[in-house]
Design a protein around this ligand. Structure first.
Ligand code: FES
Length: 162
């Protein structure tokens, strides 16, 4: 597991915020998932050692919360909002457009390894629905046509890297 130096610094800092080390389990899992996109087995052991717990204690937290992923994601993470405003404005069609463009299904890595498409809850930009977050970039008013444009751009960038 290769964590970024910034993540390691944040982890050490976060642990100091809790009088009882085990209380840092949830924030550590979030930081690791933010960094590498999922929670591998070795992260569970690593956190357990770091917080002086048994791996089962960490494992229980990972399996309890559905937001933790146990499998790697694609190079880009496309998160389509499915909450009310976005759903009413066509968020489901937007999501289907991304799935079709990358020949994938929600929650899975596309066959080319480029993307994972997921539904997420409100991204706090309801006035510009439907909204899509791709890695750290927010895209507003993404209808199916705009989803195709964005997909073409992602594919073009991927082709340049090859
Ligand atoms: S409902 Fe989609 S951003 Fe709020």
């Amino acid at each position: 597991m290769n964590l970024k130096p910034a993540t390691l610094t944040q982890i050490d800092e976060v642990i100091t915020h809790y009088p009882v080390k085990r209380s840092a389990t949830l924030p550590l899992l979030h930081l690791i998932q933010e960094d590498i996109g999922y929670i591998p087995e070795e992260a569970i052991t690593w956190i357990a050692q770091k917080l002086e717990l048994q791996p089962i204690n960490v494992y229980e937290v990972v399996t309890f919360y559905p937001m933790f992923r146990r499998k790697p994601i694609g190079r880009r993470h496309i998160k389509v909002c499915r909450t009310l405003s976005c759903a009413l404005m066509g968020g489901y069609k937007t999501c289907e457009a991304f799935e079709k463009e990358f020949n994938t299904h929600r929650g899975e890595v596309s066959p080319d390894g480029e993307v994972t498409v997921d539904f997420v809850e409100c991204l706090a930009s309801c006035g510009t629905a439907p909204v899509v977050l791709i890695d750290d970039d927010l895209h507003e008013k993404v209808d199916a046509a705009k989803a195709k444009q964005i997909s073409d751009q992602i594919k073009a960038e991927a082709a340049k890297r090859r």
